[in-house]
Design a protein around this ligand. Sequence first.
Ligand code: NDP
Ligand code: MG
Length: 384
Amino acid sequence: MQKRKISILGSTGSIGTQALDIIESSGRYELFALTCNSRIDDIVRQTEKFSPRFVVVSDETKYSALKSALSHTTTKVLSGMSGLVEVVTHPEVDIVLTSVVGNIGLVPTIEAIKAGKIIALANKETLVTAGEIIMPLARAHGSTILPVDSEHSAIFQCLNGESGDTVDKILLTASGGAFRDFTREEITHKKAIEALKHPNWSMGQKITIDSATLMNKGLEFIEAKWLFDVAIDQIEVLVHPQSIIHSMVQFKDHSIMAQLGVPDMRVPIIYALDYPKRFPNNVKPLDFMTLNALTFSKPDLSRFPCLGIAIDSLRKGGVAPTVMNAANEVLVDAYLKDQIGFYDISDSIQKVMAEFETISHPNIEQILWADQETRERVSHLLKR
Ligand code: NDP
Ligand code: MG
């Protein structure tokens, strides 16, 4: 069997390294390209191990250092956005795993879609910021988008063999993040270092903070709307602290399908890559005898306003989700650097959204403009 060729955007991150781990043990893929932003020591090690045809470093200032570090290999080194676009559109590539963090994933994902590639989509910010454009674009170019996010992988699996008009609602589960059981007063004083202690998942810093604010669930709500083409009122968020049920679909006959498993991202990653097949892997199976209870509750939007803000942005439509997402990226970065407090994230997103003039049905240029403009406005706000 010929191995499928894969380009991994963001191979040095949490999803990227877990993908490499499971790809290595599967033996079913040939690594065509690996990319990083600036952690070149990591990508040098990955290149020596996997011998990809290309590596890309986004930070152009690291290009020379990476090139000389890899001079003993046959791997070609590229840099910047043009490098990312080259390795996702190359005619030999079959599948692209988009595991960069943030809106930086948008342009390479669009180019990969236009080239008709299979997209294993981890980079949820792409669908948040431009979902209205991405899904029709994929249909027009015959590009398949397969979700990697565990909740969306679960929903996708529950929908296998079902037609869209049989769905009553999507039940999107949430762990509740690091501050699930604290009062608003306690959360007010929480620093990033505490928010980074996620109870169930080990992930990159940005998404771990997003989990603590519940913005992650807001982004996933928007991601689900576009991926599964449902109405906003057909999505319900359930806090499920054990992270065993990764999400569910309730059908019109009130039958409910759920997908369960241990919280291990390697399962949804390899499911997207191998779809529609399934193969054995070395992830440990769920042991029901170790489970005490599976519990559920409603999310508390007064302690976690970001979830409500994200859903609100989806209702507003146009560039509102783009503005919300870009503001969140800048503010999470500031929170990680201890420059702002926990609730400054939601307060400032709301402020910036309220002042941003609407653009309905934006094109990609307008989305990129709104993203950039928001980043500038939030940076300005932070300086004040
Ligand atoms: P990480 O922060 O761990 O990794 C991010 C990756 O993107 C790294 O390879 C990083 O390179 C690269 N990167 C960062 N900034 C840029 C940039 N400006 N230009 C190009 N590349 C860049 O993130 P995660 O792996 O946690 O998350 C990746 C995506 O997957 C996110 O969209 C997240 O929401 C989504 N996701 C993650 C899950 C998880 O379990 N981690 C679960 C579900 C979804 P470098 O190493 O050089 O900095
Ligand atoms: Mg998720």
